[in-house]
Design a protein around this ligand. Sequence first.
Ligand code: BG6
Length: 500
Amino acid sequence: MKQTDTPSALILLFGATGDLAKRKLFPSLYRLYRKGQLSEKFAVVGIARRGWTNEEFKSHVKASIMSSTKRVEQLDEFITHFYYQSHDVSDSDSYLALKTLSDQLDEQYQLQGNRLFYLAMAPEFFGTIAEHLKTDGLTDTNGYHRLVIEKPFGHDLPSAEELNDQIRKAFAERDIYRIDHYLGKEMVQNIEAIRFANALFEPLWNSRYISNIQVTSSETLGVEERGRYYETSGALKDMVQNHMMQMVALLAMEPPIKLSTEEIRSEKVKVLRALRPITKENASEYFVRGQYGPGQLEDEQLPGYREETNVDPESNTETYVAGKLMIDNFRWAGVPFYIRTGKRMPSKSTKIVVQFKDIPMNLYYQPDQPLAPNLLVIHIQPEEGITLHLNAKRSGQQLQTQPVKLSYANNSVDGMNTPEAYEKLLHDALQGDATNFTHWDEVALSWRYVDVISDAWEETKAEFPNYAAGSTGPKEADELLEKDGFSWWPMATLDVDVCN
Ligand code: BG6
């Protein structure tokens, strides 16, 4: 195995029998191990209610890895680092038993007291677990103690504050790693490089040259088995408060004085502070909601949201949100940031389209073919790359232009898949780098922003369903842009063309 600078660690994984651990965390840890990015000195304790033995847990981990990859070298060796502890989250005796096991593993693997507590489970237990970890002595070691915590972080500002107060009794802010898995995506991390490593873009990155920015994250899946959670959340809390607003903050922030955790966070926080507040009275001018009804996607007949398992047949929950965010600062005054996200859309795709203003005068104007605006498209997923849409002269005698595209496809550079978001985030947490995690100030400001919208929506019953499964969303989303003289760039086009 290659040498790594990742410190030794005991990883205590709460929710070890759950879906996230199986689909993302075990395969990510294994990939880090295989690449030599995990210290040789590590052990993982899987923690959950079920009364499994170490052996049962190990075969579960092994199966999850084997279903995610064909390359399984060193797997048996990797699995020897795994242990299991059946646990009751509100019982001190359980924590004392966990402490005994942890201390023993600490010695056996020479882990120097370093502990990463990963909470991949129902959010109602986050606070209780954090408090017990401290009071029952699991954080009484000489090494680091970090808490990695999955979303949702609260369901509104007051609940997030309460949770934060509870957690902060046991962990310092610098040791809390709040996951927003979009921040682990390669192309989301690339936003900063595109902006701050190119002389071409940064001088134009402001209200003088940009007319609007559109961020779309569409999914083909419906609510699947998550009806119970989704009914209390909806697209606004599930996607907008976190992933969408984080992307907006990265697009809009000022260049940090250096790329350190504190400096980047402080610039993102300033963007969130500059968001024009929405009131209950004007919420409908800025945000629209949708819910999918029955429909069709690639020959498959799909039920409406209200027919899904664990969903109220009269549900008022939105599965689609489109919004206009205004950032009232010097750089962005007057430039709308449009966002939209929805389930049961025609394609699974996340894209950012930066639309530049038209040039002052069009020398090439032809009545049937106006000049196309310049666009910078950042493809987050499934393709990863950037495309610059320009105009060039059409070959031949006439003075006509045609749109051309300059493309860069990130994931075909070396023929390898780029690392999974969770792999990068786990590595960062083990390294003690909190840059790609959300600071409490960001969480609080984004809740404050969306709470007003969600209050306004709770008070009025929407005319749902208002878009068919498999369609691009409700017509109100188009109207939101039309009244500003814009329209959405199509979800399905603007693809990356690979230049060879
Ligand atoms: C999660 C949401 O945070 O993000 C899900 O809870 C959503 O509802 C998912 O499906 C989308 O993530 P990705 O990486 O598939 O775009």
